[in-house]
Design a protein around this ligand. Structure first.
Ligand code: C2E
Ligand code: CA
Ligand code: CA
Length: 456
């Protein structure tokens, strides 16, 4: 009896351990292997390479949107259906794992020709770009894929993964719903990004950032009413790096909080000089990224920067984007009202590019709407777009908001905006963003020009 008991016990134990092991290596939602299992599989493949193989990083394009619009339950259902479609697109000896969220990886073993690889990748992209039906909801969703081949595109796990991942990002950036194969151009770009990342941390202490200012003008008189501060990075090796290339990295690493603080402090200090000289009719705007807005520090940073510089609060405007408002949390709501109570104004940037949700405009204390350049540019080409532009102005005015039209590049575009004398325009037609001293000179010329026209 004792022996039987022991044997049974061992048997049960073994089964439990096996189950635990399985749980440890699989994703609970899809039952697919998880990140841990994938890492083990990839390192085994690399340690004993018998065939060449390809690593695909696959990212669902619209999961966040699905979650935001329909809730997480629908989001989970979508992940499950998509994972089934992936399985159906693969051969039985291929390997599929879910790393988490909307990210999947595939190991394609044993392909003889590049063509075999293209066939599978094509099948995956096509099968995934389909309508998904559940609970009476019908969604059209797609995926972006990045492919790296061992050993050509990477000889170790880290390298291979980073390269497939960067190809996936390139596919996303190029418009989603497609696959990109890692290549030498992507490699060059990736190397540049790595260098940027490595230096971003020291850029602040090395004082490599600078603020340039782009004028905001009255569309009719073209006198400068205000400015927008735009960050510039003078990289010691790469030279001038535009914000589009490092702001998102600063966001990901969290450095944006410190960089953003520097931007606010420097803007306030420089704007205070202009204000003291009587050059500043309107305000100076700074861009505040979503992550920066979510920190608890922002209110204190703005309060201190205003106090230290002596800049009156109404001379400062914070430009935020719709993505900062999307969580609709009480915290964001409270923060924006606290900022308003300080006396600074809030502008909603890039209006017309995202959801352009009207409910945000009435819910939050936003006093300025910045219309994205894409709207201005199409309004000059198309009657329907012009109608949209006119409606945005009347909507903003109806709720007492001011408008700034961004990215005005031609006289034709400018002519559409002349009638909005109480609003502002901004763009290369009038001036690019220029260093502080140049902006100051522009403002001085502006003042003397106004004096002359007044005298006449
Ligand atoms: P944004 O806030 O929408 O800024 C306007 C961008 O459009 C600027 O690019 C500006 O130089 C450019 N621009 C102005 N007029 C024209 C025009 O007529 N035509 C065209 N095609 N472009 C025009 P920039 O300086 O490269 O900044 C890009 C983005 O980087 C900004 O977009 C903003 O989102 C971000 N950014 C810039 N400075 C900061 C900063 O200090 N903090 C944060 N968080 N983001 C910043
Ligand atoms: Ca802006
Ligand atoms: Ca903008």
């Amino acid at each position: 009896t004792l022996i039987l008991l022991i044997v049974t016990f061992i048997h049960i134990r073994r089964k439990q351990i096996k189950l635990l092991e399985k749980q440890l290596h699989s994703d609970t939602l899809t039952n697919l292997p998880n990140r841990l299992d994938f890492q083990r599989r990839l390192s085994n493949l690399i340690a004993t390479p018998q065939h060449n193989f390809a690593l695909i990083v696959l990212d669902l394009d619209r999961l966040k949107e699905v979650n935001d619009l329909y809730g997480h339950k629908v989001g989970d259902e979508y992940i499950k259906l998509a994972s089934i479609r992936m399985q159906e697109s693969l051969r039985y000896y291929d390997y599929l794992a879910r790393l988490g969220g909307d990210e999947f990886v595939i190991l394609l073993n044993r392909f003889k020709l590049d063509e075999d690889l293209f066939t599978v990748v094509n099948r995956l992209t096509t099968n995934l770009a389909n309508t998904y039906q559940f609970d009476g909801i019908s969604l059209f969703c797609t995926a972006s894929l990045g492919v790296a081949v061992f050993p050509k595109d990477g000889t170790n796990e880290h390298e291979l993964f980073i390269h497939a991942d960067s190809a996936m990002y390139a596919a996303k950036k190029a418009g989603k719903n497609q696959a990109y194969f890692f290549n030498s151009a992507l490699k060059e770009k990736l190397n540049k990004t790595i260098k940027i990342k490595a230096n971003l941390k020291s850029a602040l202490t090395n004082q490599e950032f600078e603020l340039h200012y782009q004028p905001k003008l009255n569309p009719k008189t073209r006198s400068i009413e205000g400015l927008e501060a735009l960050i510039r990075w003078n990289h010691p090796i790469e030279g001038f790096v535009p914000p589009d290339q490092f702001i998102s990295e600063a966001e990901n690493s969290g450095l944006i909080v410190e960089i953003g603080q520097w931007v606010i402090e420097t803007t306030c200090a420089q704007a205070a000089v202009l204000h003291a000289e009587g050059l500043l009719k309107g305000n100076v705007a700074v861009n505040v990224s979503p992550k920066q807005l979510r920190t608890n520090k922002i209110l204190q940073v703005v309060t201190n920067a205003l106090a230290d510089s002596g800049l009156p609060p109404e001379k400062l405007e914070l430009e935020i984007t719709e993505s900062s408002l999307m969580d609709e949390s009480d915290k964001t709501y409270e923060l924006l009202f606290n900022l308003k109570d300080l006396g600074v104004s809030i502008a909603l940037d890039d209006f017309g590019t995202g959801y352009s949700s009207l409910s945000y405009l009435t819910k939050y204390p936003i006093s300025t709407l910045k219309i994205d350049l894409s709207i201005i540019h199409s309004a000059a080409k198309q009657d329907r777009a012009l109608l949209v532009l006119r409606n945005i102005y009347s909507l903003a005015h109806s709720i007492n908001m001011k408008v700034v039209a961004e990215g005005v590049e031609t006289e034709e575009q400018a002519s559409l905006l002349v009638r909005y004398e109480n609003d502002l325009v901004q763009g290369f037609l009038y001036s690019q963003a220029v260093p502080f001293e140049e902006a100051r000179q522009l403002l001085m010329d502006n003042v003397s020009k106004n004096k002359i026209s007044f005298a006449i």
